[in-house]
Ligand binder design. Structure first.
Ligand code: FMN
Length: 448
């Protein structure tokens, strides 16, 4: 089902989750607005985008169940499956170009990105048209291991993109190349299966190739093919691949751009990608992620949950579940449920969760009876099991997300709420009210 972008779209269509929009739509705002209206319900497939021949798709996975289904599990099995793949990646399989649909068309000259591809313009104050759903692949020249992540890409010229490289793995490899006065080869892959997309967001130690995590998640090697103009291997069944180089010692203005916290990331001097080739399937489909939509939030949130779960488990082995909630942008709010065995463990969970990622700002810890995926339940736990005087931890002056506008360029406070019931509480005090027979009752049999 989730083998390729196309087979996943077919699956969505067969299950009534693909909205086909045949009405002609504009690149600027209209695609984003329609996709956002359908967010969490259906993927949008735009067949007529201005005068382009290439259709646009958005929202291929916009619920937790969508991702779970693509991974061949349910929302509760997703985190362990992802962790397993991160800890035991599987090599990809390099195939010949004849077996790679992404090589059906190769463009080496006269590249004009905006003329070739329907690249949308998403939010009001964005600086331009942006590629938001490209898997950005680079290679470590020493180990030859590749790294995969997603980076926002502003169309800055006919064959030029501005890129935001936060200080993680891609940035590190780029800086090493730049110090030697060299460019860094890259490939931007648009339109892969949802499993490969999710794998790109894994939090891994430096040196792990996320395409190998994709292989492990699929249970068989992902087929990859060598690029035409750069030393990079890309998924052979991708819709579109842009090949290029991040130029050394070149910076140009990029942004502002509407980001996951639902605010704009600022304009500043950023690295530049020079495009050297475009390859694509015949009748390719363009894929866009509307920033701050559920697809964007969950893509970051699910791999973060896998990493958070492991970190908390090292401290409190009885962790039941973790949830990076959507209201917390799936980055800033962590909710953790535990089976508390020792007094104080709720606070240890808070410390572990805050240490897991600088992005995590607020942590709520609850007992295992609370369904942490139901935010009304979580609020109820805060309302009835928490006393700020003894259950609150606040730490000032820590590094957080620079995209959180309430921080001082990232520096701000962290907070943890321990909503676990004190051990040895008098039994009736925290006993949930219950109507016997409620769970089994079928209401339909009572209504005429
Ligand atoms: N990270 C960035 O550094 N810059 C971006 O512009 C950026 N945009 C993203 C857009 C989307 C839709 C998603 C899902 C993620 C984005 N990220 C961005 C996050 C990285 O892709 C992610 O943290 C990745 O795991 C980093 O991989 P690495 O640690 O191997 O470099």
């Amino acid at each position: 089902k989730a083998r390729t972008f196309r087979t996943w779209l077919e699956h969505l269509q067969a299950t009534g989750r693909l909205a086909v929009i045949d009405k002609k739509v504009g690149l600027q705002y209209e695609i984003a607005a329609i996709a956002k209206k359908l967010d969490g319900q259906k993927a949008a497939y735009f067949t007529k985008v201005e005068d382009y021949e290439i259709p646009v798709v958005s929202g291929i996975c916009s619920t937790r169940s969508d991702f779970a289904e693509a991974l061949g599990t349910d929302p509760y099995g997703m985190i362990s499956k992802f962790t397993e793949a991160v800890t035991s990646p599987m090599p990809c399989q390099l195939v010949e170009r004849q077996s790679a649909p992404v090589k059906e068309n190769v463009v080496l000259e006269n590249i004009d990105l905006l003329q070739m591809l329907p690249i949308p313009f998403h939010h009001e104050k964005d600086s331009g048209n942006y590629i938001t759903a490209g898997l950005f692949i680079v290679r470590d020249p020493v180990t030859r291991k590749q790294n995969v992540s997603i980076h926002r890409l502003q169309v800055s010229g006919k064959d030029k993109l501005g890129v935001l490289l936060l200080p993680r793995h891609t940035f590190h490899l780029y800086k090493k190349a730049e110090e030697l006065g060299q460019s860094l080869d890259c490939a931007i892959v648009i339109g892969t299966d949802p499993v490969t997309l999710l794998a790109s967001q894994a939090s891994t130690p430096f040196g792990v190739d996320e395409l190998e995590i994709a292989s492990a998640l699929r249970g068989e090697p992902l087929e990859v093919v060598r690029c035409e103009t750069v030393d990079i291997d890309v998924p052979a069944f991708a819709e579109i691949v842009l090949e290029g180089k991040i130029l050394p010692h070149v910076r140009e203005p990029e942004g502002p751009f509407g980001e996951f916290p639902k605010y704009y990331g600022p304009r500043s001097e950023k690295e530049v990608v020079q495009i050297t080739a475009v390859t694509h399937r015949t009748n390719p489909i363009f894929y866009t992620i509307v920033p701050a939509g559920y697809e964007h939030l969950l893509l970051g949130g699910i791999p973060r949950e896998a990493s958070l779960f492991e970190t908390v488990r090292q401290t409190v082995p009885t962790v039941k579940a973790v949830h990076m909630s959507l209201g917390g942008t799936a980055r800033y709010h962590a909710i953790v449920s535990i089976k508390k065995r020792n007094e104080g463990e709720g606070k240890n969970v808070i410390l572990a969760a805050l240490a897991n990622s600088f992005d995590i700002k607020h942590v709520v810890v609850v007992d295992e009876d609370v369904d942490i995926f139901d935010m009304e339940e979580v609020e109820w736990a805060i309302a009835t099991r928490f006393q700020a005087e003894k259950d609150l931890i606040v730490i000032h002056g820590t590094q957080g997300s620079k995209l959180d506008p309430s921080t001082n360029n990232g520096v701000g406070s962290k907070m943890g709420l321990d909503c676990t019931v004190p051990m040895g509480s008098e039994p009736m005090r925290y006993l949930r009210i219950k109507i016997p027979g409620f769970d089994q009752l079928d209401i339909e049999t009572y209504i005429s």
